[in-house]
Design a protein around this ligand. Structure first.
Ligand SMILES: Nc1nc2c(c(=O)[nH]1)N[C@H]1C(S)=C(S)[C@@H](COP(=O)(O)OP(=O)(O)OC[C@H]3O[C@@H](n4cnc5c(N)ncnc54)[C@H](O)[C@@H]3O)O[C@H]1N2
Ligand code: MOO
Length: 389
């Protein structure tokens, strides 16, 4: 059995960044920028008022009385020049008129007809946003980056109407097993509802993949072959279940029969031991264990980072953080253990049951507490590593 770190390295070797495509800005949220783009203009393009008030020239002081000679609003510049003793009524976002050196906010002014009197306790702020204070024409937005709301808004402000983004990886998910039926169907007494495929779909779509959910494949070679056939065209095929050593665990044999070039089978990890991976033609094949927690933890640890690589992001394991143990933990065995746990206020508490079938426990967890292979007993108060989920 290989280690978790070795498995991730081998999985990274199976994937590469996909091609870029040009997408209108309105569809770019959550996509990954494929090439660095450059601002087409300067922002703000002119010195602009940060407040509603009066633009004035030179030093002014409480008690000064100034003549209002015009108005500047956002989208409506004042064409003239402001001289000493003069003021221009101005609104937030308007260009600062020539000659003006500061904006006095309207709360500090008493207006009477065409004159204003500056009141006591005048603030000292200029309230002017300099031209280019945010960015200048030619400034880069550097790739790769996952485009959040602020990046999309920044690209819009830079006057870039379309962006080069990575094509979404297409992932075909195939749940396998005679015991499975779909949510909403009427299960027989010896059946359960397929859940892992739904959880993985939600997880991978949130990560930027396009997920094709294949029909449930029964535990027969023919059904699995049909499933692999339906997965044609996907960048990655993910099977769930049938990965272990039982008589009905046929995924490995069928995939190998179809020509899978196996990278590895079985890892020293709990949950997730019977993980398998390889290449089926130009498709990546990952066989996940069937236990729901095993499948979803493997999704988090392996599939998400693989999707990142296909999106052109760096190949990196999930980020580790540290927290203080809230209670003692027994020694760990020969597999790296990813324990379902809750982190709150810097303290981490492992769930009482770590059975890999318990979705309620996983749904209640916000962390996977990492126990290294052969780690000894740990006492409350010791610092441990975890992955936020
Ligand atoms: N003799 C051994 N038995 C087992 C071993 C072993 O090393 N020796 N490993 C155990 C471990 S660890 C795991 S994990 C499981 C993985 O087995 P499979 O990948 O073959 O999964 P199945 O047997 O098909 O299913 C296991 C479990 O999960 C349920 N399941 C499957 N698919 C779904 C789905 N899409 N949604 C919800 N639940 C699903 C299935 O009904 C089973 O209850 O093997 C151990 N056995
Ligand atoms: O590895 Mo299994 O995934 O322990 O339940």
């Amino acid at each position: 059995m290989i280690s978790v770190a070795e498995a991730l390295e081998r999985l990274f070797a199976l994937v590469q960044p996909l091609a870029a495509e040009t997408v209108p800005l309105a569809g770019c949220g959550g996509r990954v920028l494929a090439e660095t783009v450059y601002a087409q203009r300067t922002q703000p393009p002119f010195a602009a008022s940060a407040m509603d008030g009066y633009a004035v020239a030179g030093d002014v002081a409480s008690g000064d009385v100034l003549t209002v000679i015009g108005e500047a609003a956002a989208g409506h510049a004042f064409d003239g020049v402001v001289g000493r003793g003069q003021a221009v009524r101005i609104f937030t976002g308007a260009p600062i008129p020539s000659g003006a050196t500061r904006v006095v906010i309207q709360e500090d002014v008493e207006r009477s007809g065409d004159t204003i009197a500056l009141q006591d306790n005048l603030d000292s702020g200029g309230h002017i946003r300099p031209a280019g204070g945010d960015f200048s024409a030619g400034d880069p937005m550097i790739a790769p980056v996952r485009l959040g709301p602020a990046h999309v808004a920044l690209a819009a402000a830079m006057n870039i109407p379309t962006l080069p983004v990575r094509r979404r990886p297409v992932v075909a998910i195939m749940a396998t097993g005679d015991e499975l039926c779909m949510p909403g169907e009427a299960p027989a007494a010896d059946q359960i509802i397929a859940s892992n495929n739904f959880g993985l779909k939600a997880m991978l779509e949130a990560r930027g993949a396009e997920v094709r959910m294949l029909p449930i494949a029964r535990d027969t070679e023919d059904a699995l072959r049909l499933g692999f056939g339906l997965a044609k065209g996907a960048d990655m095929i993910v099977t769930i279940g049938g990965a272990s050593v039982g008589d009905h665990d046929l995924v490995g044999p069928v995939a190998r029969d179809l020509g899978m070039d196996t990278s590895f089978y079985k890892i020293a990890m709990r949950p997730g031991k019977p993980l398998m991976a390889g290449k089926l033609g130009d498709q990546v094949m990952v066989g996940l264990p069937g236990n729901p927690v095993s499948a979803l933890v493997c999704g988090q640890l392996f599939l998400c980072p693989m999707v990142d690589v296909m999106l052109g992001l760096p190949a990196a394991p999930p980020a580790r953080r540290t927290a203080v143990l809230a209670a003692d933990l027994g020694a760990n065995g020969p597999r790296e253990h990813y324990m379902r746990a809750v982190v709150a206020d810097g303290q981490i508490t492992a769930a009482g049951s770590q059975d890999s079938s318990l979705l309620t426990v996983l749904a209640g967890a916000n962390a996977l507490l990492i126990r290294p292979v052969g780690d000894g007993p740990r006492a409350a108060g010791e610092t441990v590593e975890y992955i936020a989920i």
